[in-house]
Write a protein that binds this ligand. Structure first.
Ligand SMILES: [Zn+2]
Length: 69
């Protein structure tokens, strides 16, 4: 099972540096969305709706915007 974003970012930095946190994005459309119901996405490639959810979580946790990466 390979977990990486369409742009090549992955948690280990194998394809692209630096290593990136990969999110499950249920609002995105792309490879995997039809078969799994979500796509793996790095922060930079998240759909706007998922980005909002994560910003809300950052506010809840009291973390600066963009801390989850
Ligand atoms: Zn990406």
């Amino acid at each position: 099972m390979i977990i990486k974003c369409d742009c090549g970012a992955d948690p280990c930095g194998r394809w692209k540096q630096p290593p990136a946190v990969i999110f499950h994005d249920r609002h995105a459309k792309g490879a995997g969305a039809s078969e799994r119901g979500f796509v793996y996405s790095c922060r930079a490639c998240l759909s706007p709706k998922r980005e909002e959810e994560i910003q809300a979580r950052e506010r809840t946790l009291g973390w600066p915007k963009g801390e989850l990466r």
